[in-house]
Design a protein around this ligand. Structure first.
Ligand SMILES: Cc1ncc(COP(=O)(O)O)c(C=O)c1O
Length: 402
């Protein structure tokens, strides 16, 4: 995999001075995906499932073809794939539809301080309404979720386990397969936040045996406004829709109505048609490259950058041992927002803040961090520019008395 060649596929990178290190927030989009979106808007930009004319038939076929691609991408069945607005909507759908209808004050929900707000807040809401107890897995001293600590909180009262596959702050890969196996032993269902996993590693929902899994298109080369919720058929069957309107219904009477089968009962109104078609093109792109190549490349860049970072005075790296392409760090005494403004001056895009994961930022006992996230279009040259900029930022802030 030649990242220098791949850069040519990404029009934003036509600016050769730009160093994009914020893929964990959103990835750049390749020409192949943009072309598919253009094609939809230029050639058959009509609604799906409704029109009894050829154009609508074409749009419907392409929309459903993307559902097939997504299902193969994670080894799910076709009707287990629900298109949503993003990972957040998907995780909310699980909590609202499954959580609110299956939990009581006798039950427990396991989450962690390593979660994105989109995974923990929907379950806080379920807990507030149903009075089911929210239980946090204690993190180990590196800030990881471990099987050992998970066993300490799992018990017969556990009805839902809602954890991430890969943390968006620490980049750690959770031991999710073993967590799922143990959860099933006590009869709990597991909802996996795979927003930071799907862009970087092969996911097999049958092998994991997870009950629900969510991710977003825009973090994996696809368009914004499209996400995926996977749910096991047998669970989706009994789950009620959480939004009501066009296309999700079967028969409508004056005072009641019936719903279509899954996935359609969860896809109310005009769905994100272009988004789904674009996501299909993104999946083709990733499949062509192969996840083995992508993750090896990201890890190489991350290890290279961490080694160089640690040689710079006043740099604190919080996740040295992470398995993926995310580095979370600070320059001692410098607020991350000041640092990131300095990096922007060098045309380097990086994230600073709490990364929509305030619990782990509090756990780290800092106000915010800097975050670098590598992807397939990043190169060693990007790393070198980034390291140079960090050195200059550190020297500049020290010189002005930070
Ligand atoms: C781990 C994780 N979960 C969920 C989300 C939410 O994704 P979206 O904003 O696309 O809904 C993100 C986004 O940063 C994330 O990193």
């Amino acid at each position: 995999m030649d990242a220098y060649l791949l850069k040519k596929d990404f029009p934003v990178l036509d600016d050769k001075t730009l160093v994009y290190l914020d893929t964990a927030a959103s990835s750049l989009k390749p020409k192949q995906v943009i072309k598919k979106l253009d094609e939809y808007y230029e050639k058959y930009s009509v609604n799906v499932h409704r029109g009894v004319y050829s154009l609508s038939y074409v749009a419907t076929q392409l929309y459903e073809e993307s559902r097939r691609k997504v299902s193969e991408f994670i080894n799910a069945d076709f009707d287990e794939i629900i298109f949503t607005r993003g990972a957040s909507s998907a995780l909310n759908l699980v909590a609202t539809s499954y959580g609110l209808n299956n939990l009581t004050s006798e039950d427990e929900i396991i989450v962690s301080e390593l979660e994105h707000h989109s995974q923990v807040l929907p379950w806080q809401n379920v807990s507030n309404i149903t009075k089911a107890k929210l239980i946090y897995v204690p993190l180990n001293k590196e800030g990881r979720i471990t099987v050992e600590n998970f066993k300490k909180v799992l018990n017969k009262k556990t009805k839902v386990v809602a954890l991430n596959y890969v943390s968006n702050v620490m980049g750690y890969v959770s031991p999710i397969k073993e967590i799922i196996r143990l959860s099933h032993e006590v009869g709990a269902v597991v909802s996996v936040d795979a927003a930071q996993a799907a862009p970087h590693m092969r996911i097999d929902v049958k092998d994991l045996d997870c009950d629900f899994l969510a991710f977003s298109g825009h973090k994996m080369l696809g368009p914004t406004g499209i996400g995926v919720m996977f749910g096991k058929k047998e669970l989706l069957k009994d789950m009620p829709p959480i939004e009501f309107g066009g296309d999700m219904n079967d028969n409508v009477n004056l005072y009641d109505a019936s719903w279509k089968d899954s996935p359609y009962k969860f896809e109310t109104g005009t769905p994100p048609i272009a988004g789904a078609i674009g996501l299909g093109a993104a999946i083709d792109y990733l499949n062509n490259l192969g996840f083995e190549n992508i993750s090896t490349h990201e890890k190489k860049l991350k290890d290279y950058a961490v080694e160089k970072l640690l040689k710079i005075e006043d740099i604190i790296v919080y996740n040295k041992t992470s398995e993926t392409g995310i580095i979370t760090f600070n320059i001692a005494g410098v607020h991350p927002h000041d640092a990131v403004t300095f990096f922007d001056g060098d045309n380097i895009c990086m994230r600073a803040g709490h990364h929509c994961a305030q619990l782990i930022i509090k756990w780290l006992e800092v106000v915010a961090t800097l975050r670098v996230s590598f992807y397939l279009y990043n190169t060693i040259e990007d790393c070198d520019k980034f390291i140079e900029s960090v050195k200059n930022a550190r020297d500049f802030f020290k010189s002005v008395g930070f």
